[in-house]
Design a protein around this ligand. Structure first.
Ligand code: ADP
Ligand code: MG
Length: 728
């Protein structure tokens, strides 16, 4: 056995649980490392506090004097908390977060030292941005980018660093990150939803999108994880024969959490709680060594920041507990991969969830308005939503044989489907008093009691209504939620604007009453968005055929999924909603394609290395042992050896065939990669990687896995699935 595999197994078996003290209440720990409202109250003057609050509420600008004050108090607080450095914490298009630390420490001209942090440093920083992907934005325009404070997400202390959430933009104003477009989309949906919510309650002055993500992940012993070069380099196992046991016994899901893992989880949750991440749920997931963590939902921008922070904290805490976290969407073949469900809704500043049915017909009309407009928005822009979650790693789930399918559809459940069917029959124009009463009593009025037993949840649906929110299930475990949230909130904003225009025309020009106008417009939306509603089995072949008839998109890989980004409809949408300019969208498409290519390129190179440096040498070694054995038997038994060496000879030949095949496939793959690399056009290159390089991966894998099953366990160089997934 390779030394590294042997050592990894023995290390992982000797691990002790790291005990974590659980004292005090979690609620007392909540947000102690965050410069939240409570701290601001304590540290800021009244003027400064009001200015920050109004920036948070309405996006107003904070002037420089106030910024100086805020910076001063943030610094005082941070220093009492033991912070020595500060950083602008931002989300470059790579998908991860980035930070550049500067010390508070500074020198005066006379050489005296002091701790300095002014409004200028709070509001703006210039990281050396040249190494972040920009999709060409900074090449064509201006070389530099800067980060700018986002006061809607509170600063926090991590370790000894004060982290200030920021957007990252070029000097010409183009967003170079995932946060800036998200903030614009959230602004758009706020404005559009507030205007519509005012039909039902004049007191509403702000609507926040809410997001509750559910993070799935795998946890491996660190020594075992790093013993696999493919996991280290690509985040997943490129080869590996399946273990005798997988997830078929369902003995992991919701089972007892292993001790060492529980320690890790407690430690993680404590750290998250201090950082103001409201973590709540933890449990085993379906696959062995797979787990999930979910917080209480929050305002979407904050929830996105918290998810990114969580992923970072998880890496660090896992390391302390000698684990490695895998966020890859498909680390192991043959068992479930990891996703990140995005639960989404809209909430008013008056405390109402707009996707929650209420106790009166009026509240339910409000619910139906937002419910049906969301359905209509998803129907119009389903392909864009698919594009927002496309990545090389998520392609292993969407469109492969894993949940959910690449086709977007919406599950609403039988009862709500019935309500929609009834509303479809509403008369055109004015409604008779009888019809109004009937609608109020028997259709709209019935909704709350109906939803209480709306239990027939469909786990195969990529976009499901779950009682008081929609759940978007295709988001990948690694994905930055800002991407799908930007698209979802933009399309709903656009839809609500269109809706309001139509309703207002009916009220002003056709002198319909407000509720009549609303019913009239909703009726048409129900009719025209029918194709997106599907309550059946999303994994079935019939659905794939049916979806094609309905002209729903079914983009099974990233290059095809991304094409829609630069369609006329998308460009118009993002431009009119002021979320992204054509330059910004094209840049994102380019970065996504580039990332896709790089990821497949790395996997391709890794396959090559595995084949030549690990698999073939090991197979040859075993083959030599067999050959030695055959020769020995021949020496002893002479002509009679044939009967005794049948098995060995057949193994020698099988191994020889697999060696020849795996070498051939690997070489063909390398050739295909070289031709793809020669392509200048990025679209063509991405498609070449997808269509001509990637298909070799599984062929190579097949031979490697066959060899693994034929060979002496002691000579196999790589840590096996059985050891990675079942060693406790
Ligand atoms: P389950 O789906 O497992 O039955 P819940 O319905 O309680 O559990 O919620 C699942 C997730 O949905 C949680 O992470 C929660 O934070 C989130 N969630 C609940 N309500 C909302 C909402 N109004 N907006 C956004 N997310 C929500
Ligand atoms: Mg869920």
């Amino acid at each position: 056995m390779s030394k590294i595999r042997l050592e990894a197994i023995s290390k992982s078996q000797d691990r002790e649980r790291i005990p974590i003290e659980e004292k005090g209440r979690r609620s007392e720990l909540f947000g102690v490392n965050v410069f939240n409202e409570e701290r601001m109250l304590q540290y800021l003057t009244k003027d400064a506090l009001e200015s920050v609050q109004s920036a948070i509420f309405s996006g107003s600008k904070i002037d420089r004097k106030i910024a100086d004050q805020v910076a001063e108090s943030m610094k005082s607080w941070a220093i009492t908390m033991g912070a020595t450095h500060y950083t602008h914490w931002f989300q470059p298009l790579t998908g991860a977060t980035a930070e550049k630390h500067d010390a508070f420490f500074d020198l005066l001209p006379d050489g005296r030292a002091l701790e300095k942090f002014g409004g200028g440093q709070l509001v703006q920083q210039e990281p050396d941005a040249s190494s972040f992907p920009s999709g060409g934005i900074r090449n064509t325009f201006e070389a530099r980018g800067y980060t700018a404070w986002d006061p809607t997400s509170a600063a926090f202390i991590y370790g000894t660093t004060l982290c200030i959430p920021t957007i990252f933009v070029s000097y010409t104003g183009e967003a170079l990150d995932n946060k800036a477009p998200l903030l614009r989309a959230l602004g758009a949906v706020d404005e559009a939803a507030t205007a519509v919510a005012k039909y039902f309650d004049k007191n509403v002055s702000k609507v926040n999108a809410t997001l509750g993500w559910e993070q799935e992940y795998f946890l491996l012993d660190k020594a075992l994880a790093v013993s696999r070069p493919d996991i280290v380099m690509t985040g997943r196992t490129l080869i590996g024969h399946q273990a005798a046991k997988g997830q078929q016994l369902d003995d992991h899901y919701f089972g007892v959490i292993p001790d060492r893992v529980l320690s890790f989880m407690s430690d993680l949750e404590k750290e998250c709680t201090k950082l103001g991440i409201p973590v709540k749920t933890r449990h085993n997931e379906v696959a062995p060594n797979q787990f999930e963590l979910a917080p209480v939902f929050e305002e979407a921008n904050l929830a996105v920041d918290h998810n990114l922070l969580l992923m970072d904290v998880m890496d660090k805490i896992a390391d302390k507990h000698h684990f490695k976290v895998l966020f890859h969407e498909k680390p192991f073949a043959g068992i479930n991969g990891s996703g990140k469900h995005n639960n989404w809704s809209l909430a008013t500043d008056t405390g109402v969830n707009l996707l929650s049915p209420g106790s009166t017909p009026m509240k339910n009309l409000q619910f139906l308005t937002f419910f049906i407009n969301t359905i209509k928005a998803v129907d119009t822009y389903e392909e864009l939503l698919r594009a927002s979650i496309a990545s090389a790693s998520n392609d292993h789930r969407l469109g492969a044989n894993e949940a959910p399918p690449a086709i977007f559809s919406i599950f609403v459940g039988t009862q709500l489907s019935n309500v929609l069917d009834e509303l479809e029959g509403v008369s055109h124009g004015k409604l008779s008093p009888e019809e109004k009463t009937e609608l109020k009593l028997n259709v709209v009025g019935k909704i709350p009691e109906i939803l209480l037993d709306n239990t027939d949840r469909n786990r195969t649906s990529p976009f499901a209504f779950t009682g008081n929110k929609f759940e978007m299930r295709g988001v990948g475990a690694k994905t930055n939620c800002a991407k799908p949230m930007t698209v979802l909130n933009t399309i709903v904003a656009k839809q609500l604007i269109d809706f309001k225009k139509e309703v207002d025309i009916l009220i002003d020009k056709k002198s319909l009453k407000k509720d009549e106008a609303v019913f009239n417009v909703l009726r048409e939306y129900i009719k025209t968005s029918k194709r997106i509603r599907f309550d059946g089995d999303g994994y079935s072949d019939e659905w794939e055929k049916e979806a094609e008839r309905r002209k729903l998109s079914n983009n099974k890989n990233t290059p095809s999924a991304l094409q829609v980004l630069t369609s006329k409809e998308s460009l118009d949408l993002f431009r009119t909603m002021k979320v992204m300019s054509e330059v910004e969208i094209s840049a994102r498409k380019e970065v996504e394609l580039e990332t896709y290519i790089f990821q497949l390129q790395i996997e391709g190179r890794m396959y090559n290395e595995l084949v030549y440096s690990y698999i073939i040498p090991a197979a040859v070694k075993y083959q030599n042992e067999l050959i030695k054995n055959v020769m020995g038997l021949k020496d002893i038994y002479g002509a009679a050896h044939k009967k005794l060496t049948d098995g060995q000879l057949s193994l020698i030949e099988q191994i020889a065939e697999h060696i020849a095949d795996v070498k051939k496939q690997s070489d063909l793959m390398t050739d295909a990669r070289r031709s793809a690399n020669r392509l200048k056009d990025i679209d063509k290159k991405a498609f070449a990687y997808c269509d001509t390089v990637k298909p070799y991966f599984n062929k190579i894998r097949l031979h490697c896995d066959k060899l693994e099953s034929l060979m002496d366990n002691n000579l196999w160089p790589l840590t096996k699935y059985r050891e990675l997934l079942f060693q406790k």
